[in-house]
Design a protein around this ligand. Structure first.
Ligand code: 13P
Length: 250
């Protein structure tokens, strides 16, 4: 019922030329894949050329961040409208690197989510606990605060308008993937939180991605979990071959 969604978050990697070559390689290698939605999230500077590279394919384009205002005196920021202009369907919001290095808090994230949802972009809303929080047994408390804070005052009826990504901070770029049990438990908790907000039917339709050291050799067991509907992939999405293997997780 929920179409799997595999997204590559290229972070601050790849020049426009390199990104175009990577996108072309991915297009080539996932051409035959059906029943999985593939999303590429290059840096802003490569959105234009990657959009060209995926034109005419089923691959969707996403961005990694945006501002909450549509326009204005915000030097250096990128409007969600500009993302639509490039043909983006998705935008990652609240990635832990933005929470950690750029001071994004739940109130700011809430403004961004409201803005992008209002414009018809689909947010990939990231949540996840740090190692310290997990060790103190605070994982569920953290997820609850992030979800309720980020989604405060937001009504989602159509579950296809939102993706939530569970990315435990301790698993990002560390090679330390969450066990399928740890990931499933967090995903189930997230789905229950969404059900509390918008009802079971909507919550059952929202796709939940796992992110954090996803690789071709661990994606299958993660995807076998009932509440894991896809992956948000960093490092392993920077190589067409490894990302294609993740996309073909079966
Ligand atoms: P890695 O796959 O490199 O651990 O990164 C995960 C991530 O942060 C995706 O958004």
């Amino acid at each position: 019922m929920r179409t799997p969604i595999m997204a590559g978050n290229w972070k601050m990697h790849k020049t426009a030329a390199e990104a175009t070559a990577l996108a072309a390689g991915i297009v080539e290698q996932v051409r035959e894949v059906t029943g999985v939605e593939v999303v590429l999230c290059p840096p802003f500077t490569a959105l234009g050329t990657v959009a060209e590279a995926v034109k005419g394919t089923t691959i969707s384009l996403g961005a990694q961040n945006c501002h909450y205002e549509a326009q204005g005196a915000f030097t250096g920021e990128v409007s969600p409208n500009f993302l639509l202009d490039f043909g983006c369907k998705y935008v990652i919001i609240a990635h832990s690197e933005r929470r950690q290095h750029f001071g994004e808090d739940d109130a700011l994230i809430n403004r961004k989510l409201k803005a992008v949802l209002g414009l018809g972009l689909v947010p990939v809303f990231c949540v996840g606990e740090s190692l310290e929080q997990r060790e103190k047994d605070l994982t569920f408390d953290v997820l609850r605060k992030q979800v309720l804070g980020g989604l405060a005052g937001i009504q989602v009826q159509d579950p296809s308008r939102l993706v939530v990504a569970y990315e435990p901070v301790w698993a990002i770029g560390t090679g330390k993937v969450a066990t399928p049990q740890q990931a499933q438990e967090a995903h189930r908790y997230l789905r229950d939180l969404l059900a509390g907000l918008w009802g079971t039917e909507t919550a059952e339709g929202v796709r939940l991605q796992y992110g954090g050291s996803v690789k071709p050799d661990n994606v299958r067991e993660l995807m076998a979990c009932p509440d894991i509907d896809g992956a948000l992939v960093g490092g392993a999405s920077l190589d067409a071959g490894s990302f294609a293997r993740i996309v073909r997780f079966q």
